[in-house]
Structure formats: C-alpha cells, structure tokens
Design a protein around this ligand. Structure first.
Ligand code: BEZ
Length: 237
C-alpha cells in the first residue's frame, strides 16, 4: 500500500509550483504554500521523532530560526509520525536535551504530522531504496511565489549542514535581487558572476573593461558585490 501511494505522484522539480496540501502541525493547520505567500520557506522532512540525528538537526534549526526569519524565510518540518509523538518529542528536547551548548531549545516552527504519508509522497520524500516507512531528509526551498527553487536530499544516516542551508537562502535571494549567479563556495562578500554577454561585441568590451568586472574568458565574468550591499538587501539591515 505504501509503495502504491508513493508511486502515484511525480517527483516535484526545481522551477515548478510547490505541490499544495493542507496539514495538521504542532502549530495548527496550515495550507501550503498559500499561507506562506510573500515569504521564502524551507520545507524539510526527517525520518522519525525520538531519533538522535533528527534531534541534533531540530536543535540546530530551532536555534538558527531567528537568523532564517531575518532573511524572510520560514521553516516547516515534516515526518510521518503523528501529532502526539511530535509534541512529546519536542517537549523532551526542550526539557531534557543539552547538546553542543544548546539547551532549553523550543521548536516554534510547525512540524507536520503525516501518518498517511500523503505529503511525503507528494514531495518524493519516501524513497523506498532507503526506507518504505520513513521520509528521507529532504529539503525544499520555496520562493515567495510558491516556486521550488532548490531541492536537496540526504540519507537517513546523515545530519544536514544548516550553515549551508542558510547560504542557499542568501545565494538564491542574491541571484534574484542583483541578477547575478554565485560561483562555487560563494559567501556574501565574494565576487558574483554576471550573465554571459549576449554578443561578441559586449563580450569584447567586458574583457577590455577597466571597471569592477573581471573576465576570465568571454563566458566567465565576475564583479564585486560587497557583503554589506548583499545583507542590506536580503536582511533589510
Ligand atoms: C536518526 O535521526 O538518528 C535516524 C533516524 C532514522 C534512521 C537512522 C537514524
């Protein structure tokens, strides 16, 4: 039965509208993505409540939530556990777990209960080669218009790098705001890539230009974009 449900849906892809759903969460019912219009959202799944890797992830994400919110980004978690399991696990985290200097951690972002696996199946989070009964660690970054902009999947055994997820948010917003692309390992303050010149004339001009642009070849030009300018735009600071 689980496999039948999982096979009913096509995996969502980057550039497509985020599949719609209504779900019960630890913060009440949500209509997704409609309730998040105007915000970036990270919709992420974890395999199971009361498991160690997931606990380390939730403590980290909850501790960083303010930082994500300042970048106009909301967090929404999901697992195929029920609501009472979610509530009990989050209470245990707050009351009992101290990990890497994090303690008394309250998870205030919604955690979806998905016992039917309906949402997990819609988002391709059930990957039977890894598990038929648990969601893998999926990350969907959805923009303020409800379009999927980044998808990352991790296996059950590997905790995510949340600094990287924050970098993804900053890089996507920087690309949108400044009409640029971001090179390997880009961090705010690093040079950004300008769109490829549409004609040979423009490319030649760029190669010879003495302004802030630097061309490595006709197809690969960068320019400076200082950290303050990026953060001012993205974090409105
Ligand atoms: C964990 O979060 O620790 C975990 C969950 C499912 C499978 C393996 C590890």
């Amino acid at each position: 039965m689980e496999n039948t449900v999982a096979q009913t849906y096509v995996m969502p892809r980057i550039g497509e509208k985020a599949p719609e759903f209504t779900a019960v969460t630890t913060q009440g019912t949500i209509n997704f993505p409609a309730d998040y219009k105007g915000s970036w959202v990270i919709l992420f799944s974890h395999p199971a409540d009361f498991t160690p890797v997931c606990t380390s992830e939730f403590m980290t994400f909850a501790t960083m939530e303010k930082q994500f919110n300042e970048a106009n980004t909301k967090l929404v978690g999901l697992s195929v556990d029920g609501l009472y399991s979610h509530i009990a696990w989050l209470r245990t985290i707050k009351e009992k777990i101290e990990y890497k200097g994090m303690k008394d951690v309250e998870v205030t972002f919604p955690l979806i209960e998905d016992i039917t696996m309906e949402v997990a199946s819609k988002y391709g989070m059930i990957q039977p080669g890894e598990s038929n009964t648990k969601a893998v660690r999926a990350v969907f970054v959805i923009d303020p218009k409800g379009i999927i902009r980044t998808i990352i999947y991790y296996p059950l055994s590997m905790g995510r790098n949340f600094a990287e997820l924050y970098r993804v948010i900053l890089a996507l917003q920087t690309a949108d705001e400044f009409n640029v692309a971001t090179p390997a390992d880009w961090m705010p303050g690093d040079d950004v890539i300008v769109p490829t010149a549409g004609s040979c004339g423009v490319a030649k001009q760029r190669m010879e230009s003495k302004d802030e642009m630097h061309c490595y070849d006709w197809f690969f030009c960068t320019k400076k974009l200082d950290k303050e300018t990026v953060l001012k735009k993205v974090l409105k600071k």
